[in-house]
Design a protein around this ligand. Structure first.
Ligand code: XMP
Length: 477
């Protein structure tokens, strides 16, 4: 048997080239997520329940990447998460939430928490503006059984705009009147939109944010290939999701091809990412099946034990190289999913042919990842767990279709772990993007396409790997 050698990130280094850069900021990180969607930075947060909920997805899209919401919840919860992202940042909120004036403050509070908005327009069934219940009204209401109409700011005291109000005008109103929300109404006082000062701030503070044609942050979600996946896909699309990932452990399978056909029929106008796969053959067949991006990685993830349990997989650098050579011929972008431990791995993954990378555990310990912060020996941690871990499988049983599953039949292909708490995701992404841009400057690459052209890998020995890390000193920072 002729057994070829396959490599991963730590097996190689990129050879530096003469550079014309005077600053790494000359590099641009714009890339393609799929056939029809671009990103300003090539980073995606993984669809794991310890990594991406709406909070992470909002942060990722603001920073120039995207989050793929996990699917380990009910369809209703999943849809609610998409809506939260879509409402987090707008140019104009075209259909703002409203509360009836006869509701109590505690009912309004509950509604605001559920929808994730800080203040509510007040209106009864006719969509006419009656007032605003602001963040302050909630905060300082002493009697939560009072009616909304008794504590709201009434219509006659409100500054309002109309459908033609510009952002410059809105900015001036926010500055002059110290208000946070500007309702837009027509001549008959019907609500036609809302501009918030937070949205304007975000536009200024996050110049790289990825937004849809209505100015809302973009977000992805994923589906499987069993049970209610078609209904889930349809509901997610209705809620405004921008892209769907068909995510199964072995994406080069009949189940996947069957799902692609059915999803194309059920949700025809949305980009589909399919994965995970690890070979040229699989990439070719998925491209032929018409998917809009492919996700590469069988077993490289930090919490994966697929290779140990099944003996199957492919070292990630080789998998990316082989899949992307084929995918490029079809114009289909490649996502390198799993195994990224540091920014240098991102440079290697993109240099090897990927268009984007997906990060799991690197983002699991951040403020924005779902789950609580734990304290152990005066240090803070969060959970990072595999989607095929035992505890995840146990939780999945709570979702109806898997209720009858016998736990002793489960063969986990992932583990549950703790990762150090790392603060906000922005600081991690800044480090990753800074490292990527530096890597691009070492190879004189102003774009990711140039990086892929300029990259020259060398294989290194175990000694080379030791030399690459911190060695023979005790690091203090
Ligand atoms: P990192 O290394 O970034 O990897 O934490 C994240 C990716 O790991 C995959 N994943 C799994 N793979 N068993 C596996 O074999 C699992 O339980 C599991 N959970 C997640 C997934 O592709 C993710 O994006």
């Amino acid at each position: 048997m002729n057994i070829p050698l396959a490599l991963t990130y730590d097996d190689v280094l990129i050879v530096p080239r003469r550079s014309t850069f005077s600053s790494r900021d000359e590099a641009t990180t714009k890339t393609r997520l799929s056939r029809h969607i671009s990103l300003n930075i090539p980073i995606i947060s993984a669809n794991m329940d310890s990594v991406t909920g709406s909070e992470m997805a909002i942060a990722m899209a603001r920073l120039g990447g995207i989050g793929i919401l996990h699917r380990f919840n009910s369809i209703e919860e999943n849809v609610e998460e998409v809506k939260r992202v879509k409402r987090a940042q707008n140019l104009i909120v075209s259909d703002p939430y409203t509360i009836d004036p006869s509701k109590t403050v505690s009912e309004a509070k509950e509604f605001a928490n559920k929808t994730g908005v800080s203040g509510l327009l007040v209106s009864n069934g006719d969509r006419k503006l009656r007032g605003i219940l602001s963040r302050r009204d909630f905060l300082f209401a002493t009697d939560t059984n009072q009616k909304v109409e008794n504590i709201m700011t009434p219509r006659e005291k409100l500054i309002v705009g109309n459908a033609f109000t510009t952002f410059e005008e809105a900015k001036k109103i926010f500055a002059d009147y110290k208000v946070e929300k500007l309702p837009l109404v027509d001549e008959e006082n019907h609500i036609v939109g809302l501009i918030t000062s937070d949205d304007l701030k975000h536009l200024i503070n996050y110049p790289l944010s990825n937004r849809d044609s209505e100015g809302r942050l973009i977000v992805g979600a994923c589906v499987g290939v069993h049970g209610d996946y078609l209904e889930r896909a349809q509901e997610l699309v209705k809620a405004g999701v921008d892209i769907l990932v068909i995510d199964i452990a072995h994406g080069h399978s009949d189940l996947m091809f069957d799902a692609i056909v059915k999803l194309r029929e059920a949700v025809p106008n949305i980009d589909l990412i399919a994965g995970n796969i690890a070979t040229a053959n699989a990439a070719q067949e998925l491209c032929e099946a018409g998917v809009d991006a492919i996700k590469v990685g069988v077993g490289p993830g930090s919490i994966c034990i697929t290779r140990i349990v099944t003996g199957c997989g492919m070292p990630q650098l080789t998998a990316i190289i082989e899949a992307s050579i084929v995918a490029k011929k079809y114009g289909v972008p490649v996502i390198a999913d799993g195994g990224i431990k540091k920014s240098g791995d991102i440079v290697k993954a993109l240099g090897a042919g990927a268009d984007t990378v997906m990060l799991g555990s690197m983002l699991a310990g951040t403020e924005e990842s779902p789950g609580v912060i734990m304290n152990k020996d005066d240090k803070k941690f969060k959970i990072s767990r595999g989607s095929a871990s035992f505890t995840q499988a146990n939780d999945r049983r709570k979702i109806s279709q898997e209720k009858k599953k016998n736990m002793s039949d489960i063969v986990p292909e992932g583990i549950e772990s703790i990762v150090p708490f790392k603060g906000d995701v922005k600081s991690i992404i800044n480090q990753m993007v800074g490292g990527l841009k530096s890597g691009m400057s070492y190879t004189n690459s102003h774009t990711i396409a140039e990086l892929q052209k300029n990259v020259e890998f060398v294989r290194i020995s175990g000694f080379g790997l030791v030399e690459s890390g911190v060695h023979d000193v005790t690091a203090i920072t």
